[in-house]
Design a binder for this molecule. Structure first.
Ligand SMILES: [Fe+2]
Ligand SMILES: [Fe+2]
Length: 192
């Protein structure tokens, strides 16, 4: 029973960070030391850059919506469509690679962090639902703009959805980095 209770409080929607028992390696390898470590390789850098790109594009689509709410512009619809489509496609592909290749390899490295990979796997499922919600809210805005009706209220709902999504995305990416990168540094594992 203790286990299911733990998993509940560790859900993406309610989690404030990793619990101390899953930060054993993260504590030995603080974020500021990652890049200078001899086991920090090009693929790890590339993987972290992908996370950085997701954070930036998320900020971009939120900024587009907030600018539109402040001052409706013609370019909002094509830009929103292009950036959101790119973001959701790339994020879906990124999760697939992690689910199929990275997590199965990495979860075997250190039994102390096994539960960490269960959490990350659950996060991906939770993010799937949020991806659908974000796609639906984005499509609702695009449809409303095309119809010339109700665009501002649809954009208001999209803004709320984007703010939520950004929160969940940041939580997932940060916790995933704090599980995966210390494992790479400790065991010289490769994201190949
Ligand atoms: Fe992930
Ligand atoms: Fe990731």
């Amino acid at each position: 029973m203790r286990y299911s209770c733990d998993m509940e409080t560790l859900d993406l929607d309610g989690r404030k960070g990793l619990p101390p028992h899953l930060r054993v390696l993260a504590q030995s390898y603080p974020r500021a030391t990652w890049q200078g470590h001899p086991n920090f390789n090009g693929l790890t850098a590339f993987w972290l850059e992908r996370h950085g790109m997701f954070r930036q594009v998320m900020d971009k689509v939120l900024d587009l919506t907030q600018s539109y709410l402040d001052d409706p512009r013609d370019r909002y619809a094509p830009e929103l469509s292009r950036y959101t489509g790119f973001f959701l496609n790339e994020l879906h592909g990124h999760h697939s690679i992690e689910d199929q290749h990275y997590f199965p390899q990495f979860s075997r490295l250190d039994a102390r962090l096994e539960q960490g990979f269960e959490i990350l796997d659950k996060d991906h499922h939770a993010l799937d639902a949020h991806i659908h919600a974000l796609a639906d809210a984005t499509n609702a805005v695009l449809t409303a703009i095309k119809a010339g009706q109700g665009a501002k209220s649809a954009a208001g709902r999209l803004e709320a959805t984007q703010v939520q999504f950004k929160k969940f995305l940041d939580r997932h990416l940060s916790d995933e980095e704090e599980i995966v990168v210390p494992l790479i540094l400790e065991y010289g594992a490769d994201l190949g």
